[in-house]
Design a protein around this ligand. Structure first.
Ligand code: NAP
Length: 349
C-alpha cells in the first residue's frame, strides 16, 4: 500500500475546507483487499470528524481494512464522540496517520489508545505536508496564539496609499480575488481606526458563489471618535480600544503604550479560540504590530504601478539602522495578472 500517495490524496481533499477552530482533516478508508471504499473531510465544528464520517460511509466493508487519516484521531469527546471509538468499532486492522495532533487533549493519546487495542498504527507519514495546509491550527495549538498574517498591497516603490489617503485600487482584480481567499481562510480580520475612517471597508469575502464562513471584523480604536455609520458595525465588528467608548458595539478595553495593548489583544483572541488573524492595515497599525514581533507572515501584493513619490509607506515608523531590519524567507512567489504576490516568513532575530 502506497501510504504517501494516499496521504497526499487525503490532504488534497481538505484544501478547500474551513473548519476553524477545528483542524482541516481528510480520511480515506480501504477495504481488506486495499481498495478505496470511502473518502471524507471534516467540514465544520459540530460536524462529524473525517475518519468517523468515512468509516460510517464504508460500513461493513471497512472490516479488516485501513483508515488513512491526515491528523491523529482524537481520544476525547468534544462536540462529537472520540474518533478512536469509531475506529475501534469499525473493525479496521490498521491506521495510517499523516501528523500527530499537537492539541494537548490529543498529542499521542489517540495513537496510544489505538495501539493498546491491537491496531497497527503507521504514524508521521507526512507531517510537514499536513501542517502546510493548515499552518494556523498547528501554530495555535502549539503557542496558544493565532497565526497573525499581515497583508498589504503596494506600488513597486513601496507605497500603500497616496498622501490624500486614496489606495483603491493599487493592485489588479486578480490580486484582489486572491486576497479574498486569504480572508476566507481567516477567522478574524483586523484594521486600525485610520483605515476604518478613510475607507469604510466591508471586510467580507467577495468570491463568486462563496458560501463559507465570514471572518470576524475587528477594529483597533484609538483617541479619535469612530464613525457611527461604518459598514463594519452592520457586520457585528468587535472593537479593541485603550479606553471605554460610547458606541453600540462590543468594546474590549486594553490600554497599552501607543493605544491598544496589541500583544494582549492577540493573546485574548487566541484564548478565545481564534486560530488565524489577517491584518489588513493600515501602515500605523501594521508598523506597530511588526515592531512588537507579532506578525508571523506577510502576504505582499505588488501592483505593476509606480507611485513616483512618498505617500503612505506600507509600515509607518522610522528605520533607524540596518541592524533593525529583520530577515526571513520568501516562501511563495506568484504572478497574479500584472502583479506579483510574495509570502514572507520572518526568521529568528
Ligand atoms: N495598501 C494597503 O494595503 C492598505 C491597507 C489598509 C489601509 N490602507 C490605507 O492606509 C490608510 C490608513 O492607515 P493609518 O496608518 O492612517 O491607520 P491604521 O493603521 O488603519 O489605524 C491606526 C490607528 O489605530 C489606532 N490605534 C490604537 N491602538 C494602536 C496601537 N497600539 N498601534 C497603532 N495604532 C493604534 C490609532 O487611532 P487614533 O489615531 O484614533 O488614536 C491609530 O492612529 C488609508 O489611507 C488606507 O486607504 C492601505
Amino acid at each position: 500500500m502506497d501510504h504517501r500517495r494516499l496521504m497526499t490524496e487525503a490532504i488534497d481533499l481538505t484544501r478547500h475546507t474551513r473548519p476553524h477552530p477545528n483542524p482541516r482533516v481528510g480520511a480515506i478508508v480501504l477495504d481488506a483487499a486495499g481498495s478505496v471504499v470511502a473518502r471524507a473531510v471534516h467540514e465544520a465544528p459540530g460536524y462529524e470528524h473525517a475518519e468517523a464520517l468515512a468509516l460510517a460511509s464504508a460500513g461493513e466493508s471497512a472490516r479488516g481494512g485501513t483508515v488513512v487519516v491526515t491528523l491523529e484521531p482524537c481520544n476525547h469527546a468534544g462536540l462529537t464522540p472520540p474518533c478512536t471509538e469509531a475506529i475501534l468499532s469499525s473493525g479496521v486492522s490498521s491506521v495510517v496517520i499523516g501528523a500527530r495532533d499537537p492539541d494537548t487533549r490529543v498529542d499521542g493519546s489517540g495513537i496510544a489508545r489505538l495501539r493498546a487495542a491491537g491496531i497497527e498504527v503507521v504514524e508521521d507519514v507526512a507531517p510537514a505536508e499536513v501542517e502546510a495546509v493548515d499552518p494556523a491550527y498547528f501554530h495555535h495549538r502549539r503557542t496558544g496564539r493565532p497565526l497573525v498574517t499581515l497583508k498589504w498591497a503596494a506600488t513597486l516603490d513601496g507605497q500603500a496609499a497616496a498622501a490624500d489617503g486614496t489606495s483603491q485600487w493599487i493592485t489588479s482584480v486578480e490580486s484582489r480575488l486572491d486576497a479574498h481567499v486569504l480572508r476566507a481562510d481567516s477567522d478574524a480580520i483586523v484594521v486600525g481606526a485610520g483605515t476604518l475612517i478613510a475607507d469604510d471597508p466591508a471586510l467580507n469575502v467577495r468570491i463568486p458563489d462563496y458560501e463559507g464562513p465570514e471572518p470576524m471584523p475587528i477594529v483597533v480604536a484609538g483617541r479619535r471618535p469612530l464613525p457611527t455609520g461604518a459598514r463594519l458595525w452592520g457586520r457585528g465588528a468587535e472593537i479593541y480600544a485603550p479606553m471605554p467608548l460610547a458606541i453600540d458595539q462590543e468594546v474590549t478595553v486594553l490600554p497599552g503604550p501607543g493605544g491598544v495593548d496589541l500583544a494582549a489583544m492577540v493573546g485574548v483572541l487566541g484564548a478565545r479560540g481564534v486560530v488565524s488573524i489577517l491584518v489588513e492595515g493600515g501602515p500605523t497599525l501594521a508598523g506597530a504590530l511588526w515592531r512588537l514581533g507579532l506578525i508571523d507572515r506577510i502576504v505582499v501584493y505588488l501592483g505593476a504601478v509606480v507611485a513616483g513619490g512618498v505617500g503612505r509607506t506600507v509600515l509607518d515608523g522610522v528605520w533607524e539602522t540596518l541592524g533593525d531590519a529583520r530577515r526571513g524567507e520568501i516562501v511563495v512567489v506568484e504572478r497574479l495578472g500584472p502583479d506579483i504576490k510574495f509570502v514572507f516568513v520572518p526568521g529568528g532575530e
